[in-house]
Ligand binder design. Structure first.
Ligand code: GLY
Ligand code: MN
Ligand code: MN
Length: 462
């Protein structure tokens, strides 16, 4: 199946979901200036790209419930193309992108009222594109002004995010293939950074976080990835305990751990990998103890990830292993916090594990899609949070289905503090892989990079 027909199929699915009276308006992302005369690298809007595969800026897609698709795009312009590069243009677009019609984006305001005329509901993504609501209002106003000439204005505005999020939540085979490739490239990048760290230290060189980041970026780009999927984290030593640390200029010291959370985006799809490894290639005793614990938690999360399970099951499984481990290794004192059930009930583990075990992944690294089960909306239960005393409303978590994609990423972060065993101070560990949910379990698509102590040490010795 060509990619064009995949996009056409998605538009047909959208049209069907809206029904014949619907019309959807989807703008791509705006260009963003970085500073004077210099823009951030351009990236298309995920919804727009999902339905078109088209990556030029200043473009809009309109899909009507009868299955017609209209694109507004930049017109051909010999002068501008000398400066900014090739434009597809509205003459070629219908054939190239399998569309009903295409016009210059300069005609957007003139043509849109007619595309809305006679529809009963206009769908667009709510609260995602600055100024879009006002633009839609303007087009509806223009249409209403022609009511004496027989125009019919849509009576309803609906959020398109809900429909598209549900479609994007299940990754089709072509999306899964791209995500697998993104995972392979990112895994190769982690391997490269691990090897470089050990080699540079063995050679007596100074290693800084940015040296390892450079290796990651090299591997991403050498394999055709367009961007990192998110800001790379390369955190040496205690910086690993700062959850949103970025690759900076910190010294990578012999004897300390390095946490790298970095991965590429390929053809619009993100990957997301974290590995934590000893800078010199050999774990110390305390590092190994905590590493094995986080790995056991990740394996428990993997085992809990399968169609029919809840989104929260991998998190609950990981927390159980981590909490028991914290008691076993003395991070938590059982005389103070009690047994495993108490630690979970009182959320005592939160001091060392304060984030969730995963998120949807797809075109966006934190991908769209409801985390609550749509078939059980309304079944709300209330509980009191043990740490904050707040009343929390829980809705049933999403039931996993084949084709969903999520990360599994438990961790432990030990900041120095009273009663915290000194041998574990400043150790921060996270292990993160990307999983495709299958009927029987899940497929880990980022495991080309070693994850066990033995395999990491062997790789870094080589
Ligand atoms: N790298 C972003 C995350 O792990 O969620
Ligand atoms: Mn993640
Ligand atoms: Mn990550």
């Amino acid at each position: 199946m060509s990619n064009t027909s995949i996009y056409q199929q998605r538009r047909a699915q959208l049209a069907k979901a809206m029904g014949p009276g619907g019309v959807a308006i989807i703008p791509t992302a705006p260009e963003q200036q970085r500073n004077r005369d210099s823009d951030f690298p351009y990236r298309a809007d995920s919804y727009f790209y999902y339905l078109t595969g088209f990556t030029e800026p200043k473009a809009w897609l309109v899909v009507t419930g009868d299955g017609c698709s209209t694109l507004f795009c930049q017109p051909k312009d010999a002068e501008r193309e000398i400066w900014d590069g090739y434009r597809l243009g509205p003459v070629s677009a219908p054939v190239e992108l399998d569309l009903t019609a295409a016009y210059s984006v300069a005609n957007l305001d003139a043509k849109m009222p007619a595309l809305l005329d006679g529809r009963d509901a206009v769908w667009f993504p709510f609260a995602t594109h600055t100024g879009l609501e006002a633009q839609v209002s303007g087009w509806l106003g223009a249409l209403r002004a022609r009511v004496r000439y027989g125009s019919l204005t849509p009576q309803t505005q609906r959020d398109l995010c809900g429909l598209l999020d549900e479609m994007r939540l299940i990754k089709d085979p072509s999306e899964q293939a791209t995500m697998r490739r993104a995972g392979q490239i990112s895994a190769a990048a982690h391997i490269r950074a691990m090897k470089t760290s050990a080699q540079m230290l063995r050679a007596g060189k100074e290693v800084r976080e940015f040296h390892l980041e450079a290796e990651l970026l090299h591997e991403f780009r050498m394999n055709g990835s367009q961007f990192p999927a998110y800001g790379s984290i390369v955190a040496a030593g205690g910086s690993a305990c700062v959850l949103h640390y970025r690759a900076d200029r910190g010294l990578v010291r012999d004897g300390e751990l390095v946490l790298i959370d970095a991965a590429c985006e390929l053809d619009g799809y993100a990957s997301d990998i974290t590995r934590t490894f000893p800078a010199n290639g050999r774990f110390t005793g305390p590092q190994r103890t905590l590493y094995e614990l986080v790995l056991a938690a990740e394996e428990a999360a993997v085992a809990a990830t399968k169609a029919g399970a809840r989104f929260t099951d991998p998190h609950d499984a990981a927390v159980k292993v981590l909490a028991q481990g914290m008691l076993d290794v003395g991070l938590l004192d059982k005389n103070k916090v009690g047994n495993l059930d108490d630690v979970i009930e009182k959320r005592a583990y939160f001091k060392f594990y304060m984030h969730r075990t995963g998120h949807w992944i797809g075109m966006d690294v934190h991908d769209c899609g409801d985390y609550t089960e749509p078939s059980e909306i309304g079944q709300i239960s209330t509980r009191k949070d043990a740490l904050t005393g707040e009343l929390i409303q829980d809705r049933p978590a999403r039931i996993l289905r084949p084709g969903m994609a999520m990360t599994l990423e438990p961790g432990i972060y030990v900041r120095p503090g009273e009663g915290v065993p000194e041998q574990f101070h400043n150790i921060g560990i996270r292990i993160e892989d990307d999983a495709l949910v299958t009927t029987a379990g899940c497929e880990l698509i980022t495991r080309d990079v070693p994850v066990t102590v033995a395999d990491i040490e062997a790789l870094m010795r080589a």
